[in-house]
Design a protein around this ligand. Structure first.
Ligand SMILES: Cc1cc2nc3c(=O)[nH]c(=O)nc-3n(C[C@H](O)[C@H](O)[C@H](O)COP(=O)(O)O)c2cc1C
Length: 197
């Protein structure tokens, strides 16, 4: 990889993602999202990348979940993609903010009825007495709503705006190719540096 040819990490990311889409068994858009509490305790889980808006990575979740509470506390996050089929990794860190209500509404309305009901039914990350309680809630919501289901105010998107990208590609003898891109003060301009693997 010639670093002076990487003008845009988003473009490179999209190229790698589209190759992953052709090769991964499932969920090429799955990413590990790390957040951190105000006390400095990190936590990590898988979420799905649903969009890239400008340069920000968008995912959707319950706004009262553990990850959301931590984002509300620190507004920071980190993401890691690992595509086994390509043996490539991309890492990003950055600030995390809610997307607009319009963006969340549009995505919510594009989801299947079952997923829209599911968002209403789940008090994500809080204790559930039994599976039956959840299924009962789903049944009630199924009869409450016809086709028109409004987005719950406790559910929507976040966008992580990267302040650093790291691309990693497998190399022979563990001499992997690893390079880091950081934005300059000029819009859409990035510096690229190679790092020891
Ligand atoms: C492949 C996969 C995709 C997932 N996608 C999402 C997602 O897009 N949004 C989400 O809230 N949870 C998603 N989850 C569930 C999360 O990993 C996690 O269990 C949940 O969001 C609660 O996390 P929290 O308690 O840290 O907030 C996914 C899990 C897997 C395995």
């Amino acid at each position: 990889m010639e670093l002076d040819r990487i003008v845009d990490p988003i473009l490179l990311f999209k190229n790698w993602l589209s190759e992953a889409e052709k090769n991964e068994i499932r969920d090429p858009n799955a990413m590990q999202l790390a957040t951190v509490s105000k006390n400095g305790m990190p936590s990590v889980r898988t979420v799905l990348l649903k969009d890239i808006i400008d340069t920000s990575f968008v995912f959707y979740t319950n706004y009262e979940s553990r990850k959301s509470n931590e984002i509300n506390e620190t507004a920071k996050g980190a993401i890691c993609f690992y595509w086994k089929s390509l043996n490539r990794q991309v890492r990003l860190t950055g600030s995390v903010n809610k997307v607009s209500d319009q963006v969340s509404d549009k995505y919510y309305q594009s989801r299947s009825r079952g997923s829209r009901i599911g968002a209403w039914a789940s008090k994500q990350s809080r204790e559930l007495e039994s599976r039956e309680v959840l299924m009962e809630k789903v049944k009630l919501l199924e009869s409450k709503y016809d086709e028109d289901i409004p987005r719950p105010t406790f559910w929507g998107g976040f966008a992580l705006k990267p302040d650093e990208f790291e691309f990693w590609e497998d190399g022979d003898f563990r001499l992997h190719d690893r390079f880091v891109l950081k934005p300059t003060s000029l819009k859409n301009e990035w510096t690229a540096k190679r790092y020891y693997p």
